[in-house]
Design a protein around this ligand. Structure first.
Ligand code: PEP
Ligand code: MG
Length: 550
């Protein structure tokens, strides 16, 4: 499945899970305990050294979080208990890590799986020391990275300049590895199945991140064609970059607003540099996740101010905390749920901890001052949730009195789209989260690689919900954005324009290209295409329609 556009050509580096060799049993528990303590200490010191060297803020945060995980006494205590029963230090540590990670990963959600990956990551660090087995070194020369899955903790050891492309066996188009690849601007394929893990190291491949194909050991002719395509892509990207500060206006004069999605405020400077007209989705979870306790008011104000200052008068659309049963916070244990995606998440969870949302709203409004801020609530499915959140917002805003504020709803549950007429009475805007909207409309888990081909936001059912949302909003003079990954899909672009969406918020690296693509279409053509797409039988038929039109 295509996950991030672009052509990559190069040798593969297949990152297979490492095998550690160690005895299962040991006789001297005290000696084993000492070995484990020393290895944990060493791993901690190695991480501290890496934190000091890291240049990327995100990498530093992840490593600092790994240090905290290593300090978690429950892991060491669990391992000690196993050693007291006769296990060797390595066997005890690994089984403790394995059960902690399995517990985290019990849900199929991508973000939670990544937390499990963090636990396994620190587990491997300690194992490498205990078993005297060096962790695999990535090649020094550029490569195409093939792995089971790629999560944020993998970014720590990654040099984006060396990674030509990414291929994962698992994941889906809106899984974290796909979002990550797009945010780095690296061509990627996901959900390729286990077979990719048996590719021979160094095999040359051609990865086409738009068609969703991987050519293994191509012939000279295919290689030559791919190089031509790569050159054309490079020229197009350069052209788009050169015109990034121009508006995204269709040939017949219809203006679209193109913004960037951010997962950390520090990137707002880059977003402006890339020509973004604002931030269309700030996923504020990052402020809450890499911590061992809830961030206070001042810390949050400082964090949001970074983005507001960098945006220099451009709007910031901030989504309030969107965590839940599937993405737990370390300091906020929630009961295990059978179906976390259908459970207490997003605004539902905030309703259980009103003080948390209140502090966040106060921080966002205070940080904004007289600059434009748009606040939206995630996972709103029912009027009562909106009313509750809006009341809280009104109360805080009455005290803070930020100057330029709008309050809206993320439309990512079908009921919000179906009842958009009602919500449009009060909400100032809607932003459509196509990742979740697709998952809930089609009953397809967004992180399930096996179902990835079904999980297509161009399914006419999803397009109809988008249309309902737009029509309801426009009837009340409100605006609609799309902040899900669909906005970055070149095939979706004319349809979203034709359906009347006003703003697209896409991954930062895609901003110049999306602006350039808008300039390539006319609104009339987009509207005709959208009308046909709404009558199509399925997502493939919709894709074929767009393919013929372009
Ligand atoms: C979405 O669901 O489309 C969305 C933008 O939110 P997230 O991907 O963070 O769930
Ligand atoms: Mg969502």
């Amino acid at each position: 499945m295509a996950a991030s556009p672009g052509t990559a050509i190069g040798p593969v580096y297949v990152e297979s899970p490492i095998q550690f060799d160690y005895p299962e049993k040991a006789v001297d528990a005290a000696a084993e305990q000492q070995k484990l303590s020393a290895a944990i200490k060493q791993a901690h010191a190695d991480l501290a050294a890496s934190v000091a060297k890291a240049t990327q803020a995100q990498a530093r945060e992840i490593m600092a979080m790994h240090q905290e995980l290593l300090e978690d006494p429950s892991l060491a205590e669990g391992a000690a208990e196993r050693m007291s029963k006769g296990l060797s230090a390595a066997a005890a540590w690994w089984s403790e890590i394995d059960s902690a990670a399995t517990l985290q990963a019990a849900s199929s959600d991508a973000l939670l799986a990544e937390r499990a990956a963090d636990i396994r990551d620190i587990g491997r660090r300690v194992m490498a020391i205990l078993c005297d087995t060096p962790l695999p070194q990535k090649p020094d020369t550029p490569y195409i990275w093939v792995a089971e899955d790629i999560g944020p903790s993998d970014v720590v050891n990654m040099d984006p300049a060396k990674v030509l492309g990414m291929v994962t066996a698992g994941g889906g188009a809106s899984s974290h590895s796909a979002i990550l690849a797009r945010s780095l601007g690296i061509p990627a394929l996901v959900a390729m199945g286990g077979a990719v893990m048996s590719l021979k190291q160094g095999t040359e491949v051609i990865l086409n991140g738009e068609a969703g194909t991987l050519w293994v050991a191509p012939e000279a002719e295919q290689l030559a064609q791919a190089k031509v395509r790569q050159q054309q892509e490079k020229e197009l990207a350069e052209k788009a970059w050169a015109s990034r500060d121009q508006h995204a206006t269709t040939r017949d004069g219809h203006r679209m607003e193109i913004c960037a999605n951010l997962g950390e405020t520090a990137k707002a400077v880059e977003a402006v540099e890339a020509g973004a007209e604002g931030v269309g989705l700030l996923r504020t979870e990052f402020v809450f996740m890499a911590q061992s306790s809830a961030p206070g008011l001042d810390a949050q104000i400082a964090e949001y101010k970074k983005a507001i200052d960098a945006l220099d008068g451009r709007p910031l659309v901030a989504r309030t905390l969107d965590v839940g049963g599937d993405k737990p916070l370390p300091y906020w244990p929630v009961p295990k749920e059978e179906n976390p995606f259908l459970g207490v998440r997003g605004i539902r969870l905030c309703m259980q901890k009103p003080e948390l949302l209140e502090t966040q709203l106060r921080a966002l409004l205070t940080a904004a001052g007289d600059q434009p801020i748009r606040i939206m609530f995630p996972m709103v499915a029912d009027w009562s949730e909106w009313r509750w959140a809006k009341d809280m917002f009104d109360k805080v805003q009455a005290e803070v009195q930020a100057k330029d504020v709008q309050v809206g709803i993320m439309v990512e549950v079908p009921s919000a789209a179906l009842n958009a007429q009602v919500f449009a009475e009060e909400a100032d805007f809607f932003s459509i989260g196509t990742n979740d909207l697709t998952q809930y409309t089609l009953a397809v888990d967004r992180g399930n690689g096996e179902l990835a081909s079904l999980s297509d936001g161009l399914n006419p059912a999803v397009l109809r919900l988008i249309k309902m949302t737009v029509d309801a909003a426009h009837a009340k003079g409100k605006w609609v954005g799309v902040c899900g990954e669909l906005g970055s899909d070149p095939k979706a672009l004319p349809l979203l324009v034709g359906l009347g969406v006003d703003e697209l918020s896409v991954s930062l690296k895609r901003v110049p290209m999306v602006k350039a693509q808008v300039r390539d279409w006319s609104l009339t053509a987009c509207q005709q295409l959208a009308e046909q797409a709404l009558k199509a039988s399925d997502a493939n038929a919709v894709r074929a329609l767009v393919g013929e039109a372009k």
